[in-house]
Design a protein around this ligand. Structure first.
Ligand code: 2P0
Length: 327
């Protein structure tokens, strides 16, 4: 009743921002992402008969935030119910990148937890079914159940069984790099679930945003298929900016950017105008992710290193699906 899984975060090119069902965590629209090698979460789950409650640790410390612990416990309850298991679990998780700062740690976290917990509980589920399970923990986690370029389907069934991700192209389809420019240390102030909820409830820009997503998905699938970098960049930047525009339009507005985030946006656009192929995307945090073809990686790193306020740069590339086994 013990298993270890490693999963990778993903960065969305077409963003997920809004839910059609809160209890089942069903997205209001689809999304499309790249799973990243170079960053990972490793999680061990062990169901132990003598435990009086679930014990959860992250990066060597017991989870002190009760809300975060509840989220893991409720997820384990789903697995226990499906597998007819009654014992509590010890969950030990390590991220090799900063947690909860807009680097998609909940995506790799719940993907690794879905794979490890289901295996430890004796469930032999398909990646699709595990993707729908991971979605219950975090919407973006559903995408981390697959490697490479991945699309999340919102589904139409009320029970959410068809709201899972599916692969679009394998990791080696396109030799891109994703450079992550860290613009601050520490955790973000408004978590994505909260920011998304406030946007949906109060932003007059929310519904128009949702109406843009299907077209962006269709065009992104085509751009990936043709390896059309400039088309991919145009769609990804507009999806990112529209997602942030709908959040900024909430009451009170949800603004994840800092001054360095904005400097990076301008600098990347200028460099592209000067002929360097690169585009940015930004999630529910102040960091900026820059995609480029592998051959110009050093030029983009030089560009980012020169910007005041950039504290570190992580390099990632399209990466694999989760793996089960010893860390
Ligand atoms: C995305 N983000 O598509 C978007 C873009 C952040 C900005 O998915 O409430 O942590 O757990 O389903 O998955 C972050 O949202 O939200 C996210 P929940 P999640 O990557």
């Amino acid at each position: 009743m013990k298993a270890t899984a490693t999963a990778h975060p993903n960065i969305a090119l077409v963003k997920y921002w809004g839910k059609r069902d809160i209890a089942l965590n069903l997205p209001a629209a689809g999304s499309l992402s790249v799973t990243l090698a170079g960053l990972s979460t490793t999680t061990e789950v062990c169901f132990e008969p003598h435990l009086a409650e679930d014990v959860v640790s992250l990066d060597g410390h017991q989870l002190s935030d009760e809300r975060a612990r509840r989220r893991v416990v409720e997820f384990l309850d789903l697995v226990r119910r499906a597998a007819d298991v009654e014992t509590y679990a010890r969950v030990v998780t390590y991220n090799d990148f900063p947690t909860a700062a807009g680097l998609a740690s909940s995506a790799s976290g719940f993907a690794a937890l879905a794979v490890a917990a289901s295996s430890a509980a004796g469930l032999d589920w398909s990646p699709q079914r595990l993707s729908a399970l991971a979605r219950r923990g975090s919407g973006s986690a559903a995408r981390s159940l697959f490697g490479g370029f991945v699309e999340m389907r919102p589904g139409t069934k009320p029970d959410g069984s068809d709201a899972h991700a599916k692969p679009v192209a394998p990791p080696d389809h396109w030799d891109l790099r994703c450079l992550i420019a860290l613009t601050t240390r520490g955790e973000k102030k408004v978590g994505s679930t909260e920011g998304m909820g406030r946007t949906q409830q109060t932003s007059p820009l929310f519904q128009p945003w949702i109406e843009t997503v299907d077209d962006d998905l269709r065009q992104t699938r085509l751009a990936i298929d043709k390896r059309d970098f400039s088309a991919l960049g145009r769609i990804a930047e507009r999806s990112c900016l529209r997602m942030h525009a709908t959040a900024i339009g909430a009451d009170p507005g949800v603004l994840y950017w800092n001054a360095t985030t904005v400097s990076l946006i301008h600098r990347i656009r200028r460099a592209r105008g000067d002929g360097l192929p690169c585009f940015f995307t930004i999630d529910a945090g102040p960091h900026v992710k820059v995609f480029c073809p592998a051959e110009v990686t050093d030029d983009v790193v030089d560009l980012l290193s020169d910007i005041d306020g950039v504290r570190d740069i992580l390099t990632a590339r399209p990466g694999p699906a989760p793996t089960l086994g010893a860390a």
